[in-house]
Design a protein around this ligand. Structure first.
Ligand code: SME
Length: 177
């Protein structure tokens, strides 16, 4: 059993990409999502497969997964990474903030947030984060997509643009072009 400070053998630290390589990686991820999931209707299957593709193409994605709206709170859905907390109240964490405000939140340094209220630490190695709301085609909040990196400042407007577009194509009404 791994100690709390060690990464399990199957988990690696984030590898930061240059701005240009990040765009190239997202274009590859977007194409892979289109090829594999454009005609898929099952949400859980789409979430699980998106996570696998994201871990394949995005080397700075340390933890990637979904928290699904469940009876007025967020409950963990498909994810890849170390153990994620099971449930999150809408009043807590970055995920709860995104569920309340229905807009993407970029966290440059999780250590600057108030632990337990503004941020919930599931893994001590996580240092920056992006959380994206996931809406269905009627605009209802289905889930939030949570991505962590072990590096500070790993996420920026490029991540927001591409992840929002991928989520709208997978779960919303944006067509796969
Ligand atoms: N950091 C998130 C909680 C989810 S674990 O990181 C996977 C938050 O503050 O809502």
């Amino acid at each position: 059993m791994q100690s709390g400070t060690e990464m399990p053998f199957f988990i690696k630290p984030s590898v930061t990409l240059s701005a240009e390589d990040k765009v190239l990686a997202y274009k590859q991820l977007s194409e892979a999502v289109k090829l594999q999931l454009a005609d898929e209707e099952d949400d859980i299957l789409k979430m699980a497969t998106f996570n696998a593709l994201a871990k394949t193409y995005m080397p700075y994605f340390y933890w990637v997964g979904f928290y699904r709206v469940n009876n007025g709170k967020l409950s963990v859905g498909p994810y890849q990474g170390t153990t994620g907390c099971l449930h999150i109240e809408f009043s807590k964490g970055v995920c709860g903030k995104v569920a309340r405000e229905r807009k993407t939140c970029l966290v440059i340094d999780t250590h600057e947030l108030v632990e337990g209220t503004e941020h919930i630490t599931c893994d001590a190695h996580s240092r920056s984060e992006i959380v994206v709301p996931v809406f269905n085609n009627t605009g209802e909040l289905l889930a939030v997509l949570d991505v962590d990196s072990t590096e500070k400042g790993a996420f920026d407007a490029t991540d927001t643009t591409f992840l929002e577009a991928i989520m709208r194509r997978l779960f919303g009404s944006l067509p796969f072009t």
